[in-house]
Design a protein around this ligand. Structure first.
Ligand SMILES: Cc1cc2nc3c(=O)[nH]c(=O)nc-3n(C[C@H](O)[C@H](O)[C@H](O)COP(=O)(O)OP(=O)(O)OC[C@H]3O[C@@H](n4cnc5c(N)ncnc54)[C@H](O)[C@@H]3O)c2cc1C
Length: 336
């Protein structure tokens, strides 16, 4: 039997890339080093919208929230949810900022162990047989048994030659992917992973101090960034802000406390949005605490933030609209 030859996708400027059977248009473009616009790779954000000028694609998630009714009426599609069925020509505005710093690749990871951080946040430690090349702050797509589409999870560790991939995952009530990871996966079991993806990676060369803002499982990429900044020769201050829903959800300081520079140049602050009667710390949303602490100085920092979309939108609005922080200093992931 012969393997199906790859399908060729052509851009308007006549650049071409090959798509292997089973691959999405977005992943194949990024594997080929094409700067295809993207953000979440999970159907949620709509950044990878394109127009199909010729050919046909299979739509892997027809109801994906990343497309509006208007987009659909105009025939727009999501590259992260499109699998070419034949040679295609597509219209999209590619850009250098989307060229992946490390081209995504597929590999198999074996679970070595887990540690519970809170009642619903768990660190998962996997091992691959080749070096783990990614940038701090990026994520990977995990394919999980019995679940139709991969789920995105951010690495919490640093890139390394030992093949170590670590994630911090929240158990989502009723969530299929996270429930499988928590209840269905045992040390020694393997999963397929595809990555790295994402543009909110650590910019080492910048001289600015750093503000990391994490909500819930947004802890994973924020820790990776803090670890990279701490290990970097370029000494900068790191202000780490964690937004927890209840006092029982507070976490992250123990991991920061292990880093070179803590507490002198690495500071941890937390705000709880649903306090109980015993809570004596800061109450409210985490972006309010950031604004209260730095207000008019916000444009002096580089920002890395991740978490639920409403939190990310509130932080973006605070930084870009109210405090005019330049676009190039703002890096974020929305966890759809
Ligand atoms: C860039 C990024 C990074 C993330 N990093 C983390 C992290 O570090 N830790 C963490 O805990 N969570 C992270 N998430 C969230 C994570 O990917 C899952 O959304 C979350 O674990 C819930 O998944 P679930 O399968 O348990 O829930 P479900 O409710 O079963 O699924 C939720 C998600 O799966 C996707 N989905 C659902 N149905 C379909 C479908 N038919 N076709 C395609 N996709 C579908 C959607 O993205 C949806 O939001 C991240 C998300 C993104 C986008």
């Amino acid at each position: 039997m012969h393997a199906r030859p790859p399908t060729i996708v052509r851009l308007e400027d006549d650049r071409e890339f090959a798509v292997d059977a089973g691959d999405t248009l977005l992943s194949a473009a990024l594997r080929a080093g094409v700067g295809f616009p993207h953000e979440c790779c999970a159907g949620g954000c709509g950044a990878c919208r394109f127009e199909l000028l010729d050919g046909s694609v299979q739509d892997l998630w027809p109801d994906a929230p990343g497309l509006s009714a208007r987009d659909r009426a105009r025939g727009r599609k999501l590259a992260c949810q499109s699998r070419p069925l034949e040679g295609c020509k597509v219209k999209v505005r590619t850009a250098a900022e989307y060229v992946p710093p490390v081209r995504p690749a597929r590999r198999r990871l074996t679970l070595e162990g887990t540690t519970d951080l809170t009642g619903d946040l768990r660190e998962f430690r996997f091992r691959a047989s080749d070096p783990a090349h990614f940038r701090a702050g990026q994520f990977a797509l995990l394919s999980l048994e019995g679940i139709d589409r991969p789920r995105a999870y951010s690495m919490s560790n640093l890139p390394n030659d030992d093949g170590s991939w670590q994630f911090i995952i929240r158990r989502v009530p009723g969530g299929r992917g996270s429930t499988f990871l928590f209840d269905g996966l045992r040390p020694g079991d393997s999963v397929n992973v595809d990555g790295p993806y994402g543009g909110a990676w650590f910019r080492e060369e910048s001289q600015r101090d750093i503000i990391c803002i994490a909500g819930g499982s947004g802890l994973a990429p924020a820790l990776s960034i803090a670890r990279a900044a701490s290990a970097s020769g370029n000494v900068r201050r790191i202000h780490f802000f964690y937004g927890a829903r209840t006092p029982a959800d507070v976490c992250g300081e123990a991991q920061l406390a292990q880093l070179e520079g803590y507490p002198d140049r690495i500071a941890y602050r937390v705000a709880v949005s649903e306090p109980d009667a015993e809570w004596r710390g800061t109450t409210g949303f985490i972006h309010e605490l950031v604004e209260a602490e730095f207000g008019s100085r916000l444009a002096e920092f580089d920002f890395y933030f991740a978490g639920p979309p409403p939190m990310v939108t509130a932080v973006q609005e605070m930084l870009a609209v109210r405090h005019l922080v330049p676009h190039g200093q703002i890096h974020f992931d929305r966890f759809f």
